[in-house]
Structures are given as structure tokens and as C-alpha cells.
Design a protein around this ligand. Structure first.
Ligand code: HEC
Ligand code: HEC
Length: 328
């Protein structure tokens, strides 16, 4: 074969590859919304509260649900009226480090994003005045807001800041992969170790899925068959952005099938098959996407590697509806 067995990386090369995936030590919070335990407690409460929906039946956690790695396990989301949404509910893991939000990057910050789904008629279908009134007549919420935002009102701005604070604490925990990076050779098996090398070399995955979150936050057309223009509908006139979507992080990815913005790929094996030669060729296709010379074993190794990125989350964030008075 012309492309004979690829050279194995040297120890130094492997060490350098591993070093680029080291986890950060602290979660970043913005200056205009610093962390406080009271804000976190309030934000968690709001995230799980069905008061945020017009019909009182849906919370953020309905679609961003911890047991589904903070997605919902569905191909595309389902709104409070039982309606299908156009895109899949993404995980909210590790968004403290994210740049733009949504599959098409149309929100700049978690604070900007939070009020969107509440008011969207297709999602939670609630109005902000009704929500603020409801929270204001709930004594436990009045107390929780006063503790989180002393001297400030219960208002869209403080609601958004609290939810964003909670979201920033949703961080993927230490995975077998991290233990391997830290030097425990028994943390992952030989197939996964080979898969890591494929991911970074012949598989070309790290061109976009880089750093400890396994994303560079870029928008790319990877040749999916959906007719959704993605980032191209937000920023018009840039041919390269047609069909481009945000590169998702790959932490806990094995726990949140089906995959992609449209949930059209059922398994990780099928994701790899897409990258090998299953993509649509068109002018906007990322130059980083091309036919991959991967053997059956390489593909299996890649999937074995992806499975080592799963971990329990750092926070047990189950519902805690002890705020008091339920919506009547
Ligand atoms: C009906 C299901 C549903 C509900 C309820 C819902 N979301 Fe989402 N969420 C989605 C979908 C679908 C997307 C992707 C939409 C898109 O990209 O166009 C999304 C995207 C997001 C993102 C962007 C993630 C990223 O990686 O860019 C965040 C953050 C988020 N939601 C937080 C929330 C919060 C906070 C609430 C409650 C106030 C909420 N969601 C309620 C379905 C839902
Ligand atoms: C050109 C950049 C790029 C390259 C190279 C790339 N990806 Fe992706 N990846 C993306 C984008 C963008 C998406 C989301 C596409 C969409 O939803 O339409 C994605 C989605 C995924 C998903 C689904 C995640 C989810 O939550 O839905 C997995 C798994 C994945 N890629 C793994 C890989 C593997 C393995 C490789 C190497 C064989 C690879 N990627 C190469 C950009 C890239």
C-alpha cells in the first residue's frame, strides 16, 4: 500500500498531544456576574422550576436533563405544546468556557441566552412579566433573590444572572481519559490509547475538537444532509458559513446520542462512518473534512477512545424544589 503503516508518535510527541488536553483548575465567571453560593442555589432552583413555562409543565431541565448528559436523548427537542423543535437539545456541560451559544452561535453569553427559551412560544411559552409576578408572590423566592442580589429587584436581568451562574457550575468530572493524561496507564485500555492517536493524527478530529473540552468553538460545515443553514442564516453572505454549526464539545458524548444539530446520527460508530466518507460535498464543506484513510480497527479504536471521555458531573444537581409555594 502506498500509505504504509503510519509512524507511531514518539514518546515526546505523545506527551505533547496529551498536554494539550489538561483540564483547567478553576471555573471562570464574568466580572459582571461573579459567583456566589446564593446565586448558584437560586439559579439551580430556577433551572428546575416549571414556573418558567406558560403551562407550568416544563422547566429548563425538561430538555437539559442530567441523566441524558444535560440533553434530552431525542433527535430534536419537544416544546411545551408537544411540538417538535427544529434542532436537537445540546448539552449544557462546560459552557462556562464557551464562546458563542446555540448551534448557530446567535447568543453571546449565558446571561443573554437564558431568557430566550422562557419566552419562545415554541419552547416554554411564558412571559417575563408573568414570571416576575409569580416569583414575587413566592416568599421563598423573595428570600432567595434578596440573598443572591441584595438591593436588586426580581427582574429578567437577575433571573438570567442566577440561571447563568448555575449553568457555569455544570462541569464534566474527571473521566478515565483525564486519569490517563495524569499518568495512570491503567485508566484506559490499549484500544482507546490507539484511538487517541488516531483522533489527533490520521482521523484529523483535533483540527476542530481540540483542548480539554474537545472543541475550538468554531462553526463548520461537516457535510450533514440537513437543509438547515445554521450559522449561515445568522451571518448572511459568507459562503463558508452555509450549513455551518458549532463544533460540540465531546465530553460525556457517549451518554447523549443521537448526534448532531438534527439528531440524525444514532451512534458513535455512525458518526465515525460519516467522517470517513459519508459527508456531502459542496462549496461550504470545511477544508478540514476529507476522506479518511481509516482501517476498521482505527474506527473501533476511535470509538473506544470517545467512550473514555465520560465521567460523572462534578455537581449533583438534582431537582430541589424546596423553595416553597408551588404554583397553584
Ligand atoms: C423544549 C426544550 C428546551 C427547553 C425547555 C430549554 N431548552 Fe435550551 N436548548 C434547546 C434547544 C433545541 C437548543 C438548541 C437551539 C439552537 O441551537 O437553535 C437549546 C440551546 C440551549 C443552550 C445553548 C447551548 C450551547 O452549547 O450553545 C443553552 C445554554 C440552553 N439551551 C439553556 C437553557 C435554559 C437555561 C433553559 C431554561 C430557561 C432552556 N435551555 C430551556 C431546548 C430547550
Ligand atoms: C471541520 C471540523 C471538524 C472535524 C475535523 C471533526 N468534527 Fe466532529 N463535529 C464538528 C461539528 C461542526 C459538529 C456538529 C455538526 C452538526 O451538528 O451539523 C461535530 C459533531 C461531532 C460529534 C457529535 C457530537 C454531538 O454532541 O452531537 C461527534 C461525536 C464528533 N463530531 C466526533 C468527531 C470525530 C471522531 C472526528 C474525527 C474523525 C471529528 N468529529 C472531526 C466539527 C468537526
Amino acid at each position: 500500500m502506498a500509505c504504509a503503516a503510519r509512524a507511531e508518535p514518539t514518546q515526546a510527541e505523545l506527551q505533547a498531544m496529551k498536554a494539550s488536553y489538561e483540564r483547567p483548575k478553576v471555573v471562570p465567571f464574568p466580572k459582571n456576574n461573579p459567583f456566589s453560593p446564593a446565586k448558584l442555589a437560586l439559579g439551580q432552583q430556577l433551572f428546575y422550576d416549571t414556573r418558567l413555562s406558560g403551562n407550568g409543565a416544563m422547566s429548563c431541565a425538561s430538555c437539559h436533563n442530567q441523566p441524558h448528559a444535560w440533553g434530552d436523548g431525542l433527535p430534536t427537542g419537544v416544546g411545551s405544546k408537544g411540538n417538535r423543535l427544529g434542532r436537537r437539545s445540546p448539552t449544557i456541560l462546560n459552557l462556562a468556557w464557551a464562546e458563542l451559544l446555540f448551534w448557530d452561535g446567535r447568543a453571546d453569553t449565558l446571561e443573554d441566552q437564558a431568557l430566550g427559551p422562557i419566552q419562545n412560544p415554541d419552547e416554554m411559552n411564558q412571559t417575563l412579566p408573568a414570571l416576575v409576578a409569580d416569583l414575587n408572590k413566592t416568599p421563598a423566592y423573595k428570600k432567595a433573590f434578596a440573598a443572591a442580589f441584595p438591593g436588586e429587584a426580581i427582574a429578567p436581568d437577575t433571573i438570567a444572572k442566577a440561571i447563568a451562574t448555575f449553568e457555569r457550575t455544570v462541569v464534566s468530572g474527571t473521566a478515565p481519559f483525564d486519569r490517563w493524561i495524569e499518568g495512570d496507564e491503567s485508566a484506559i485500555d490499549a484500544s482507546a490509547k490507539r484511538g487517541f492517536v488516531v483522533f489527533n493524527t490520521t482521523g484529523h478530529c483535533a483540527a476542530c475538537h481540540s483542548s480539554w473540552r474537545f472543541t475550538d468553538d468554531s462553526f463548520q460545515d461537516i457535510g450533514m444532509r440537513s437543509s438547515d443553514k445554521g450559522r449561515g442564516a445568522v451571518i448572511e453572505g459568507v459562503a463558508q458559513l452555509s450549513f455551518a454549526f458549532k463544533t460540540p464539545g465531546l465530553r460525556n458524548v457517549a451518554e447523549r446520542a443521537p448526534y448532531m444539530h438534527d439528531g440524525s446520527i444514532a451512534t458513535l460508530d455512525d458518526v465515525v462512518a460519516h467522517y470517513v466518507d459519508g459527508f456531502v460535498r459542496r462549496p461550504s464543506l470545511s477544508p478540514e473534512i476529507h476522506i479518511l484513510p481509516l482501517t476498521e480497527r482505527d474506527r473501533a479504536d476511535l470509538v473506544a477512545f470517545l467512550k473514555t471521555l465520560s465521567s460523572p458531573d462534578s455537581k449533583a444537581s438534582g431537582p430541589n424544589l424546596s423553595t416553597g409555594d408551588k404554583k397553584s
